[in-house]
Write a new protein. Structure first.
Length: 263
């Protein structure tokens, strides 16, 4: 009997859809990102002149046209300024931060066309300890501690450590992550408004860890603002300390508003 060969049954499983991979950044975008990181990390200080076109083109292995696209992007974003016949310089970042009864960092920056990015560095639940007096609570009362950093144009300008009384303001870390700001986080937890009860301003050298967080040398002084914020009933909702990079922030206290606001 002749042998019959059966063809294999065709599969009913549809072919897998091709996997889409994100498009790689264009060369000039990658160069702009690298230089932006250099500026943010302090490798090019404010006011410093960037290497000339030939040196940068050699560093990145591109032609001058591609390099100029990257520089134009950085200039539009406010990271550099181009002085024809002189070179390209890192823009000076000196921000006026007015300490008044009801002023937020976001509002101060918006007034000069800048915007801050706030990030949560660390959080913890601890006994109030040294924060107790400013918050008006017992030393063993639980508080939530948030450590945050503010950056403008990708460059750190300040780091803050703030304590919030529990149980009233338990969950500040989650609220901050959702809102992106202390003001927004407090609003989420029922504090619609707050004002500054007390501020003190000092100056000192940072620790190495503080300098690293600010991307500054440890030999460069920082401005230290210690503060307490209260709700509409005068009850403390936040006590904190903010360290500002002295080369980036200028503090002013307005005569008609002696009480300062949140850092």
């Amino acid at each position: 009997m002749p042998r019959t060969t059966l063809a294999p049954a065709s599969s009913t499983v549809p072919p897998a859809a091709p996997v889409e991979t994100p498009a790689a950044p264009r060369r000039w975008e990658a160069i702009a990102a690298a230089l932006r990181d250099d500026i943010a990390a302090g490798r090019f200080a404010p006011g410093a002149r960037l290497p000339n076109e030939s040196a940068l083109a050699e560093r990145f292995g591109v032609n001058r046209h591609t390099l100029r696209q990257a520089m134009q992007a950085l200039a539009r974003e406010g990271f550099v300024k181009v002085l024809h016949g002189s070179g390209t310089y890192v823009r000076e970042l000196v921000l006026d931060y007015a300490l008044r009864r009801r002023t937020r960092l976001t509002d101060s920056l918006a007034g000069i066309g800048e915007r801050a990015r706030r990030e949560l560095l660390d959080c913890a639940i601890e006994p109030a300890g040294d924060w107790a007096r400013a918050l008006g609570v017992g030393a063993r009362t639980t508080v939530e501690i948030l450590r945050t950093r503010a950056s403008v144009r990708g460059r750190p300008i300040g780091i803050s450590t703030a304590a919030f009384p529990c149980p009233r303001l338990a969950g500040m870390a989650e609220a901050f992550a959702a809102a992106g700001s202390i003001t927004g986080a407090l609003a989420r937890l029922g504090v619609a408004d707050y004002t500054r009860q007390r501020s003190s301003i000092a100056c000192r050298l940072p620790t190495q860890a503080e300098a690293d967080a600010l991307a500054r040398p440890a030999a460069q002084p920082v401005l230290v603002v210690s503060y307490t914020n209260v709700d509409a009933a005068g009850v403390a909702v936040e006590a904190g300390i903010t360290l500002f990079a002295a080369d980036a922030v200028q503090l002013t206290v307005e005569a008609d508003a002696p009480d300062a606001d949140a850092a």
